[in-house]
Ligand binder design. Structure first.
Ligand code: G3H
Ligand code: 13P
Ligand code: ZN
Length: 315
């Protein structure tokens, strides 16, 4: 049981053909729900925070909370910066005990992405911290940057090899059709598994054996949870996520880390809305936040068992 980095997790996940869940956190209930869910499944996990989550909760608070709940639950977990926008944010996270960071330079021109990622990798590795980077552009919204579907670009496999070679990055987030947020597809979900396979094969041929690939924008957006939100006053229309079987397929390939935030937000919102509607006389936050926490824990357990396959990964 410890706050660890992702190296061992990814090695075991690659070999075991499963993926580790990376769930976004920004408050105590979410941290507890995820780690309790992981503990119930004897699974390792990754807790990650975006820049806006860091601004919301503070890096010291997040780190202290994660460390305490890891001790209480006995889970092996990494604390990871999600979509780090610059070296400055990376430094703040490393100073505050994060064990893994992402630098997301995917919106820069290729050479600039390489140069900026390399700078982050050099700094992080000198401090014993692993780095994830991104190549290709996902559609959707992250930290107020909105990339619409026509500006999304899938990851080029040859460029992926060049990128990993030149930056020394430890894992790579790729664009193969997933997108951030609750509105992922207009029609049917479609992921480019052939591209994923070629990326992995080319990395392997270049000497990057069992190289861990990361899938962002992987929430399932369960229609039952959307219905619950809407039943109790929500107005979430046309939301659609990634089907579980596609994520299972990716986890059986080179994908070792699967990111989910939207599903947590939806579960929390559904729990709170239901609680408010069913107990309008109540006003103790522990009541409705407790219901939301249970909903998130159940969600995480379901993801680990039915989607990620990381059950018993702490053995
Ligand atoms: O990929 C983005 C995550 O869902 C974080 O979103 O920047 O609103 O915290 P956020
Ligand atoms: P979702 O919006 O699909 O939950 O993706 C979250 C994510 O990729 C965080 O980095
Ligand atoms: Zn993401």
């Amino acid at each position: 049981m410890a706050l660890v980095d992702t190296k061992q997790m990814f090695k075991k996940a690659y070999e075991g053909k499963y993926a580790i869940g990376a769930f976004n956190i920004n408050n105590m209930e979410i941290v507890q729900a995820i780690l309790r869910g992981a503990a119930a499944c004897n699974s390792a996990c990754i807790l990650q925070t975006s820049k806006s989550a860091l601004n919301y909760a503070g890096p010291k608070t997040l780190h202290a909370m994660v460390k305490a709940v890891i001790e209480e639950t006995g889970v092996d977990a990494a604390l990871h910066l999600d979509h780090g926008p610059d070296l400055e944010t990376v430094k703040i996270c490393i100073e505050n005990g994060f064990t893994s960071v992402m630098f997301d330079g995917s919106h820069f021109e290729y050479e600039e992405n390489v140069a900026k990622t390399k700078e982050v990798v050099d700094y992080a590795h000198a401090h014993g911290v692993v780095v994830e980077a991104e190549l290709g552009k996902l559609a959707g919204v992250e930290d107020d940057v909105n990339v619409d579907a026509k500006n999304a670009t899938y990851t080029d496999p040859d460029q992926a090899v060049d990128f990993v070679t030149r930056t020394g990055v430890d894992s790579l987030a790729v664009a193969i059709g997933t997108s951030h947020g609750a509105y992922k597809f207009k029609g049917d979900a479609k992921l480019d598994f052939d591209r994923l396979e070629v990326i992995s094969q080319k990395l392997d041929a270049a000497g990057f054996k069992e190289y861990p690939i990361v899938l962002h924008g992987a929430s399932g957006v369960d229609p039952a949870v959307i219905d619950l939100c809407n039943k109790y006053g929500g107005q979430i229309k046309g939301a659609k996520g990634i089907p579980a079987e596609m994520l299972r397929k990716a986890a059986g390939m080179a994908v070792c880390k699967i990111n989910m935030d939207t599903d947590i937000r939806l579960a929390m919102t559904a729990g709170i809305r239901q609680s408010f509607a069913e107990k309008p006389e109540a006003f103790d936050p522990r009541g409705y936040l407790g219901v939301a926490r249970t909903m998130i824990q159940e969600l995480v357990e379901g993801k680990i068992k039915d989607v990620l396959g990381s059950t018993d990964s702490m053995k």
